[in-house]
Every structure is written in structure tokens, then in C-alpha cells.
Design a protein around this ligand. Structure first.
Ligand code: M6R
Length: 311
């Protein structure tokens, strides 16, 4: 593995994302038909009525995003837990459910133990794994690989976004099997999925602006990340990365929870990082941002053009 001219592996892997997301889409999305295409699985997607997701760290947060997708698109009930809790809490599992374990390495001990527990509880099992030939891919009933290539950086980046890519395709395949989406919505989402590599490239073109922005808040010792829906899950992953990479204390909150106490922390020393694309929850998060600004908080907003125009 070479750094390819980048300062460190994490940076290289961040910039590899458009390529590896594209590689992963090539496996689970058929550009000719414009539809997602799952490989043959040893269980019928139409028979799956409950999903349990178990993982650790960043992989867990990919699962947290997927919970929203599986519930809203495929109308499937979803439980999710971190593997280090799941494996010891003796969860009650209804036979015939599907347990999805997510892991870059395929070797994380708690996640592997959770997979074994789910099997012993009569669950179908699916591993979403990056490393080939791992314990999880050997032990799960089926494996969907993320095609991120080796992730050398300890901080997960491209493994996370390719996990999301596989999970998005899987959620759409489940929705198709359960007939929960109309054709127009399915076409809109698969088209959006196919555009992800190009969109990620666009974001990476802003790297200088992002660096300047980071410089403005680099001396903060605490940060709050807020969002709603899938952006709440992303806020968790962002806070994890801030702690892991910058050694800055960071917490994630559901934006709607701010008023239930964390708002007391807000002052100009604690930047609020709001993740809020212009989706159905945008107005709600925008009003939480205003509340934080009224308390003197310094706000950094990650949104899209439509969102920024409205703030
Ligand atoms: O290999 P795994 O995905 O099972 O690893 C789980 C976590 O240790 C991992 O996601 C960790 O949180 C990230 N490397 C942090 O960036």
C-alpha cells in the first residue's frame, strides 16, 4: 500500500471514495436497467419481516443510517444495537428474522460473537464486510462485500461510505421485494444512487474551503453535532471522527433533543455543527439552529444548495 502522494492514508482514502463507491455500485446496481441487483441470497427477501443490525463504532453508525432507510423504504421493523451490548444482553429474537452484521475487517470480536448468537437464535444472517476471506464472511449465511479496497487508515472513511452504498442498495432491493415503493419513487432513488460518486467528487472539490472553516474552530475543546433522521446518525459518526482524529470532545444530539438540556451548554466556545440537507426535516432543524444562534452559539452548517439558500 502506497500513500500515492497524499500526506497520510486517511486523506488518500477520503479521496478514493468516488472510485470505490462507483466500484461498489457496479456490483449492486445495474446501470443498464437502472435497478438495484442483489446477488442470489440463501433466503427470500420477500420473507424477511424483521431486521436486526449489529456492529461496532463507525460500522454501527452505517447501520444506524440504514435503519431509517429500511423502515421508510421497505417498511420493515428494525432493531439495532452495538455488538458489545447485544452479545451480552441475551436479546429475544423471533425465529426467521434477518440479522445483518456490518464490519470493515470482518474480524471484530464483539460483532463476530453477535453473529454467532443470532445464528443460534434461528436468524438468517448477512455480513456486510470489506476484507475478503474474513471470519464473518465464513460464518454468515451470506455476505455482501463492500468494494473499498484495503483500508489502511485506522479511521474508517471509504469503508463507511461503501457500507452505506451496499445498505442503500439492499434497502431498495427489500423495498422492491415487499412492493412498498411506487415505480416513480424507485426510479428517482436509483437515479440518485447512481449519481453518488459524482456528488462525492463535488464535495471533495470543496476541501480547501472546508480546511479554512476548520481552522476557525480548531481551538474549541468541545463540539456538538446535531441532525435529524439519517443526519442524526451521520452526526454520531462525525462526533466519533472528531474525537478519534482531532482529540476534541464531541457529542451528537438529535436536533430536537437540544431543548431538553444540551442547549444549556451553548456559548461561543462550543461550536454547533448542524447536518441538515434540504429534506423533509429541514425546517425543523433550521429552527433548532436559530435557537442555538440566539444563545450565542457559533454554528457551522453542512447542507446542500437548496438548504443554504433558505438559511
Ligand atoms: O472492522 P470493524 O468495522 O468491525 O471495526 C469496528 C470499529 O472498530 C471501527 O468501525 C472504528 O470505530 C473505526 N475504525 C473508527 O474510525
Amino acid at each position: 500500500a502506497q500513500k500515492g502522494g497524499y500526506e497520510h492514508f486517511m486523506l488518500k482514502e477520503i479521496f478514493e471514495q468516488p472510485t470505490v463507491i462507483g466500484q461498489t455500485l457496479n456490483v449492486y446496481y445495474n446501470a443498464a436497467t437502472g435497478r438495484v441487483a442483489m446477488p442470489a441470497l440463501p433466503f427470500k427477501l420477500a420473507d424477511i419481516t424483521h431486521v436486526t443490525i449489529v456492529a461496532c463504532g463507525t460500522s454501527y453508525y452505517a447501520g444506524l443510517v440504514a435503519r431509517y432507510w429500511l423502515e421508510s423504504l421497505a417498511r420493515i421493523s428494525v432493531d439495532i444495537d452495538v455488538a458489545s451490548e447485544f452479545r451480552y444482553r441475551e436479546p429475544v429474537m423471533k425465529k426467521g428474522g434477518l440479522t445483518i452484521v456490518i464490519s470493515q475487517s470482518g474480524e471484530t470480536a464483539d460483532t463476530l460473537a453477535a453473529l454467532r448468537y443470532a445464528k443460534s437464535a434461528g436468524q438468517h444472517t448477512l455480513a456486510i464486510v470489506n476484507a475478503p476471506e474474513s471470519s464473518m464472511s465464513h460464518e454468515a449465511e451470506a455476505t455482501l462485500y463492500t468494494h473499498a479496497g484495503p483500508e489502511i487508515g485506522v479511521a474508517s472513511t471509504k469503508a463507511f461510505t461503501t457500507q452505506l452504498t451496499v445498505l442503500a442498495c439492499f434497502a431498495l432491493a427489500l423495498a422492491e421485494a415487499h412492493d412498498t415503493m411506487d415505480e416513480a419513487e424507485m426510479a428517482r432513488l436509483t437515479h440518485a444512487l447512481a449519481e453518488v460518486p459524482a456528488r462525492v467528487s463535488e464535495v471533495l472539490h470543496h476541501s480547501e474551503a472546508i480546511e479554512k472553516l476548520a481552522a476557525k474552530i480548531q481551538h474549541a475543546t468541545d463540539m456538538l453535532f446535531i441532525g435529524r433522521g439519517t443526519s442524526y446518525a451521520i452526526a454520531h459518526e462525525a462526533a466519533l471522527k472528531m474525537k478519534e482524529i482531532s482529540y476534541i470532545h464531541a457529542e451528537a444530539y438529535a436536533a430536537g433533543e437540544m431543548k431538553h438540556s444540551p442547549i444549556a451548554l451553548i456559548d461561543e466556545a462550543v461550536p454547533i455543527i448542524a447536518i441538515t440537507p434540504h429534506d423533509k426535516l429541514f425546517e425543523k432543524t433550521a429552527s433548532n439552529i436559530q435557537e442555538a444562534a440566539a444563545r450565542g452559539g457559533r454554528i457551522v452548517v453542512f447542507s446542500d444548495a437548496a438548504g443554504i439558500a433558505q438559511l
